[in-house]
Structure formats: structure tokens, C-alpha cells
Ligand binder design. Structure first.
Ligand code: AGP
Length: 616
């Protein structure tokens, strides 16, 4: 969703801000804009559409030199993606420019107040009210922009990151944060603000996490942070553990292709340092008290989209290993149904970005009920881990493509480590059992590598089936969340009707969807694991095949029993049942990516989607 960049220093702000916006493009947006201060004037350029449109405008109507600037990529909420609605928004006297991420929920009432005071609003956005309110407050605060920002923020409801410039204070950028993401990049003689570190990692890897309801004031040489009441607060420093090259395509045509290929390394990184020499799980970094873990009576996973699918996979493992009940709930539903959580619940929030608003709100609700909370997250310094009692980072590196790939595999790994740790601490698993599973996990990077070596067949199939109107995915046991994930990938990227079903459920309704030639991708359980699952899925395949479905089986090497029932077989290495999602998901990612490419879609930035969904 919206991306924000702010710069104050010695260099040309425009270049830094536009390059930062380019880095944030992956978040998803539909208009872009910039503002700089020059000769005591605010200069704004903004344009609907992609950054290229803004760059075109900057080419025909250049901005003057300036060392202070802000920029924004907007994902429309209030008002369509037009030039007028694009940010920055300015006050009537063009003394204040503002960019905003989030939703100001009481904007209608504030708009009425401004209209009564004779202020003329020129856009349909909620953001514009902040520019006018600030401009009216600055004189009342004796020209003190940070104080004016605090006063305005105390009046705003909802979620917001606001970043403001005042034309009379050329070396100052002031920002405020409530619920929406914002990090500070600490430079030498220059400082940065951004929705995420990708925007400034070219310039500095030293960063500060901001807390809730804080105002940050940047000059080239100082960073001052207060709460909304004006009390000074300390920010938590952190160092970004990847460099700018990690956020580039590195020779691949698409970020998604790069991120699919990075999965063996990502899985290895997620495991690294978490297994002791004597084969025990060591998750010291989580700061989860063992006594607390011994006392919990249930686990609840809250997450959205792909992260929720990772939670569904983990449910099978954690329940099996710990005998604790595990509920997996879509975060957007969780807090609105009065869930039963309390001090005896471990609530695990899974999120790649760490900023997903639905997940954050579910986490806060769980905390308010007294639950113990743990974040499984990829983005260091983001809000969800910061607000959780404990965190297990997935260390997958930056995931830029909107469609999640390596995050999914590493979320499964992290959740499995939590499950094994619970088993270890609570004594529900024998040491040799834990050691065996750790050995299996340790094998996974090379197994995923093997899958990547054999994707040509999947690509061909994707191209052949690109004109299908619908693709169904079937799975059982851990194959069921894999089916959901395969369908989600196809919907996101190929804009095609796709659904994942538990294979046994099909006959209770969805089988009516089957008609001649409908591709059905089946995640076939290992015949070596729980043979009954294999037998049952063969029956389910026969049910749909009898009705004309075209069967594509994702089956392990050596499973000859599946041959008579499949039109196409995509082979994956034989692995234990609980490890199967780590190999069987990969061909589905490749399938969706290739099909979207065949259809000419923008794979890395699919229509209507945002990487980081920071509104509820
Ligand atoms: C995955 O391909 C999607 N883009 C989406 O479902 C995503 O997983 C979801 O929005 C959750 O995001 P998060 O992991 O950053 O919280």
C-alpha cells in the first residue's frame, strides 16, 4: 500500500526521493507525487498512474534544486486514483505539504469543520484535511511545526503516517505515526524517513524503529522523537541485515522468479543458528519464557492470505507434536467474533511484512485479552514483532514480488520450530523424535533445490493451460493448505478463477464445477507416509476424472501408483508427510508465475494488489 519517503541532507532530495519511491513500488500503488522546498516555496508534482508518469511530468516541468523533500506512492482508498487525489496535498496558502499512509477515520467531521471555517478542499481524500489542519495550527503553535503536528495528531482517529514540510523551515521534515508503518534511516549529515527500509538501504543500513503515537523531527544532523504529548522518547536502533542488491532482480526477469529461486537459501537461513550441536531447538531470541509455554493450553494462529496458509500447514504439525489444540483464524475475522483467548493461549501472528493491519489488530485484541503473543515475521523492526511479547524472524531477505513465495516456506519452517520447541519444553516429544525431524528440516534446502531443477514441465503446462477459465486444486491433510496456496497464487497472478479444496469435501458440492477439460491440480500425499491418504485421494481423483477433469498430479518420485490416474505428473522429491508442503508448493508458484507471464500480466505487481496491506 502507500509508500512514503522523506529526505533532508546535503544531496539533491528529488533524486533520493524518487529512487526511494521506485524501491517501494512493490508495495502496490496507483499514483505518485513529490514535494520539495526551494527558495522559501513548496513545489509539488504529482500524477496518477505509475512512477514513469510522474517522471514524465518532472521531465516537462522540472523541480528546482532542493535538499529537503518528501514523496509518496498512493494506493487509493478515499477517492479514485486521479492527479488531484495523488499526494502530496498542500494547504490553501501552500505553506504546508503532507503525504499520508492510512485512513483518517474522522475525516468527514474534520472536513465539515474546515468547510465551515471557509477552507476549500480540492481533493476527495481524507489526507487533505491534515494539510489544512496543520497550516491552521502552525501559527497557533508559534511556528513550531512539530508541536502543530502533535496537536493535529491528537485530533485524528484511525491509522496514519503523516509526513509534512513547511515552506518556511527548509531543513526540517516532521512525521507522525499511529498504526501505519514508518522507519527512520540514520545517515551522516542526512536523514531519511520511509515506509520501509528498502527506500533508503542504498544510503544507510542504520535505522530506528518508531513506536506508536510518536512524532519524529529530522534535520540533516539531528533526529528528535517525542510522543503526541511532547514527551521525549527513545527509539530502538537496528541495522538492516541485507544490502541494496538483495532488493534488486539480480539477473532475473522478475522479482518473483528470483524469490522462488532463493527458497533453498531462505529455508537454510530460517533454520540457521536455531538448532544446537546436541540437536535441541534454541530459540533464545524469542524471549518466550519456558514456564509460560508449559502453562498454555492452546495455540491460536492469526494471519492473512499466504501467511494464514502457512499457519494451516503448521496446525497439522504442532497439534501432532504437542497435543495442544491449534486454531488458525483469518486475522480479519478474529477480533470481530469475540474469540476465546486468554492468559493460557499462545497467539502466533504470522506476517511477512509485519505491517498487515488485520493481523496487527488481531494481535492487539489477543494481547488485550491477556494472551501470550509471538510474531513470526520477515521484516525486522516492523510493528507486529515490536508489539508482540516475542518474535521469531524468518530471515528470508526482502520479498519484493507481491505474490509471496519464500516467505511462505520460511513461515512454515519458523512455525515448525515453534512447534518443536513447544514439544521440547512441554516434554511431549522424545529427544530422538525431535532430532529426526530436525534432520528432515535440515534436508529441505537441498530438496527444494531439486524441485527447482525440474520446473520445465510445469512451465510448459502453464503455457498450455493459459486459456483455461478455471483451475481447481485438491489436497488432503497438509496438502489442503498447499491447494489453497496454489489457488491464491493463480488468482493473484493469472487473474483466473481458481479454488483450493480439501479433496474429500469436493463431493459435498464443489464437484458440480467439474466439466470437460477443467484442469484439476492434485497434491498427492506420499504413499509411503500415511497410505490411507494416498488411497483416498486416488478415489477423489477418479471422482473428478469420471466427470471430464484434466488431472495434473503433484506426486513424489517413485509413486507409480498414481500413474494410471493422472494426465500429467509433476514430480517432487519424496519427503516425510509434514515436509511435503515445502516441496509441493514450489511447482504451484512456478505454474502461476509462468501462466501470468504467458497472459502478459505484470507478475511482480498484479492489478489491485498491495504487498503490504496497511488498512483493515
Ligand atoms: C500472498 O501472495 C499475498 N500477497 C497475501 O495473501 C499476503 O500473504 C497477505 O496479505 C499477508 O501479508 P503479510 O504476510 O505481510 O502479513
Amino acid at each position: 500500500m502507500c509508500g512514503i519517503v522523506g529526505y533532508v541532507g546535503q544531496k539533491q532530495a528529488l533524486e533520493i526521493v524518487v529512487a526511494g519511491l521506485r524501491r517501494l513500488e512493490y508495495r502496490g500503488y496507483d499514483s505518485a507525487g513529490v514535494a520539495v522546498i526551494s527558495d522559501g516555496q513548496l513545489e509539488v508534482r504529482k500524477k496518477a498512474g505509475k512512477l514513469a508518469n510522474l517522471e514524465g511530468l518532472l521531465g516537462s516541468d522540472p523541480l528546482p534544486d532542493s535538499t529537503t523533500g518528501i514523496g509518496h506512492t498512493r494506493w487509493a482508498t478515499h477517492g479514485g486514483p486521479t492527479d488531484d487525489n495523488a499526494h502530496p496535498h498542500v494547504s490553501e496558502d501552500v505553506s504546508i505539504a503532507v503525504v499520508h499512509n492510512g485512513i483518517i477515520e474522522n475525516f468527514a467531521e474534520l472536513k465539515d469543520e474546515l468547510a465551515t471555517a471557509g477552507v476549500h478542499l480540492t481533493s476527495e481524500t481524507d489526507t487533505e484535511v491534515a494539510a489544512h489542519l496543520l497550516a491552521r495550527e502552525v501559527p497557533l503553535a508559534d511556528g513550531d511545526l512539530p508541536e502543530a503536528m502533535r496537536r493535529v495528531c491528537r485530533r485524528l482517529e484511525g491509522a496514519f503516517t503523516l509526513v509534512a514540510l513547511d515552506r518556511t523551515q527548509p531543513d526540517l521534515v516532521v512525521a507522525a505515526r499511529r498504526n501505519s508503518p514508518l522507519v527512520v534511516g540514520v545517515g551522516e549529515g542526512e536523514n531519511f524517513l520511509a515506509s520501509d527500509v528498502a527506500a533508503f538501504v542504498d544510503h544507510t543500513r542504520e535505522a530506528l524503529e518508531l513506536g506508536q503515537d510518536q512524532v519524529v523531527v529530522l534535520t540533516p544532523d539531528s533526529i528528535t522523537i517525542t510522543d503526541f504529548a511532547g514527551e521525549p522518547v527513545e527509539a530502538t536502533p537496528f541495522t538492516v541485515d541485507w544490502d541494496a542488491s538483495a532488493a534488486e532482480k539480480g539477473g532475473y526477469d522478475l522479482f518473483m522468479l528470483k524469490e522462488i529461486a532463493e527458497q533453498p537459501k531462505a529455508v537454510a537461513d530460517a533454520l540457521r543458528g536455531r538448532i544446537s550441536k546436541d540437536h535441541r531447538i534454541q530459540l533464545d531470541e524469542t524471549s518466550l519464557d519456558e514456564a509460560v509455554l508449559r502453562d498454555i493450553s492452546k495455540v491460536v494462529v492469526v494471519a492473512c492470505g499466504t501467511a494464514a496458509h502457512a499457519g494451516l500447514v503448521a496446525k497439522y504439525a504442532i497439534e501432532h507434536w504437542t497435543r495442544l489444540p491449534v486454531e488458525v483464524e483469518l486475522a480479519s475475522e478474529f477480533r470481530y467474533r469475540d474469540p476465546i483467548v486468554g492468559p493460557d493461549s499462545l497467539v502466533i501472528a504470522i506476517s511477512q511484512s509485519g505491517e498487515t493491519m488485520d493481523t496487527l489488530m488481531a494481535l492487539r485484541h489477543a494481547k488485550a485479552q491477556g494472551a501470550r503473543t509471538l510474531a513470526i515475521c520477515n521484516t525486522v523492526g516492523s510493528t507486529i514483532p515490536r508489539e508482540s511479547d516475542a518474535v521469531l524472524y524468518t530471515y528470508a531477505g526482502p520479498e519484493i514480488a507481491v505474490a509471496s513465495t519464500k516467505a511462505f516456506l520460511t513461515q512454515i519452517i519458523a512455525a515448525y520450530l515453534v512447534g518443536l520447541y513447544l514439544g521440547q519444553v512441554r516434554g511431549t516429544m522424545f529427544e530422538d523424535e525431535i532430532r529426526r525431524i530436525l534432520g528432515e528440516l535440515d534436508d529441505m534446502p537441498s530438496k527444494v533445490d531439486l524441485v527447482l531443477d525440474t520446473t520445465e514441465h510445469v512451465r510448459e503446462l502453464a503455457r498450455e493451460l493459459a486459456d483455461s477459465t478455471s483451475v481447481l486444486f485438491l489436497g488432503r491433510h497438509v496438502g489442503y493448505p498447499v491447494a489453497l496456496e496454489g489457488a491464491l497464487k493463480l488468482k493473484e497472478l493469472a487473474y483466473m478463477h481458481a479454488e483450493g479444496f480439501p479433496a474429500g469435501e469436493l463431493k459435498h458440492g464443489p464437484i458440480a464445477l467439474i466439466e470437460d477439460g477443467v484442469p484439476v491440480i492434485v497434491i498427492v500425499p506420499s504413499p509411503q507416509g500415511r497410505a490411507v491418504l494416498h488411497d483416498k485421494i486416488v478415489s477423489n481423483i477418479q471422482e473428478v476424472r469420471a466427470r471430464g477433469a484434466l488431472i495434473i498430479a503433484i506426486a513424489e518420485e517413485g509413486d507409480e501408483a498414481i500413474v494410471p490416474y493422472a494426465d500429467h505428473i509433476v514430480r517432487v522429491p519424496a519427503v516425510p508427510t509434514l515436509m511435503q508442503p515445502l516441496v509441493s508448493t514450489v511447482p504451484l508458484q512456478v505454474f502461476a508465475c509462468e501462466m501470468a507471464t504467458a497472459k502478459g500480466h505484470d507478475v511482480d505487481q498484479p492489478r489491485n494488489l498491495a504487498k503490504s496491506v496497511t488498512v483493515e
